[in-house]
Design a binder for this molecule. Structure first.
Ligand SMILES: [Zn+2]
Length: 205
């Protein structure tokens, strides 16, 4: 098995784990846990087998380029965002989890999907614009998190500079998620300059 195949196998196991693991359901009575393949009747071997049969890790042969210049948690978060398995509100609704609203908590204008939060939200757009100015790269356009994670390949940078820019992109995705969570769970308003500062500090580190 090559290193690349090993990474893909490892990511597939992580993906299956993310799909199958239990989740807390809030609202509609007392909070309770459901496991990932639950069809409403609790755990069963039949549901487990069907769930595993149905699982096909998305994006076929695509394997995210790992970057060892970012902390593991930042890399794993970027991978999860690219796979569409970060718990944005729209993903929770798609999985039948009861939430008060699926609207983006930042702009309160569109459904909160990973693409909206990381790319299309007015906050994300302004942030990526600031990042492109800081890194002296052309305006950043992307349609998916996968695009963001592959931008460094199209900038004709030397290898080291491309890796550094990729690390900045992963760090930005991480900081958007942290800012969003601070707003949702702690009521902390998002300050663009603070987030840009945080990205710069984390990227230098
Ligand atoms: Zn938004």
């Amino acid at each position: 098995m090559t290193g690349r195949q090993f990474v893909h196998a490892k990511l597939s196991v992580l993906f299956i784990y993310e799909k199958a693991k239990a989740k807390v359901v809030l609202g509609g009575g007392p909070d309770h846990l459901v496991w990932g393949f639950d069809h409403g009747d609790g755990f069963s071997v039949r549901d487990l087998k069907k769930g595993l049969d149905d699982i096909k890790p998305p994006n076929g042969n695509y394997v995210m380029e790992w970057n060892n210049w970012v902390p593991k948690k930042v890399g794993i978060h970027a991978w999860r965002a690219e796979m569409g398995i970060i718990p944005v509100l729209f993903e929770l609704v798609k999985r039948g989890i009861s939430v008060r609203t699926a609207v983006c908590p930042i702009c309160e204008d569109e459904l909160e999907s990973a693409e909206h939060l990381m790319i299309l939200c007015v906050f994300a757009q302004t942030l990526w614009s600031a990042i492109s100015s800081w890194c002296k790269v052309p305006s950043i356009f992307a349609f998916s998190v996968k695009d963001l994670l592959g931008l460094h390949r199209f900038l004709h940078f030397p290898k080291t500079k491309a890796k550094a820019f990729n690390a900045v992109c992963m760090t930005t995705i991480w900081c958007i998620w942290r800012s969003r969570n601070a707003l949702v769970f702690e009521g902390k308003l998002i300050n663009l300059n603070n987030v840009v500062g945080e990205i710069k500090v984390l990227s230098f580190m």
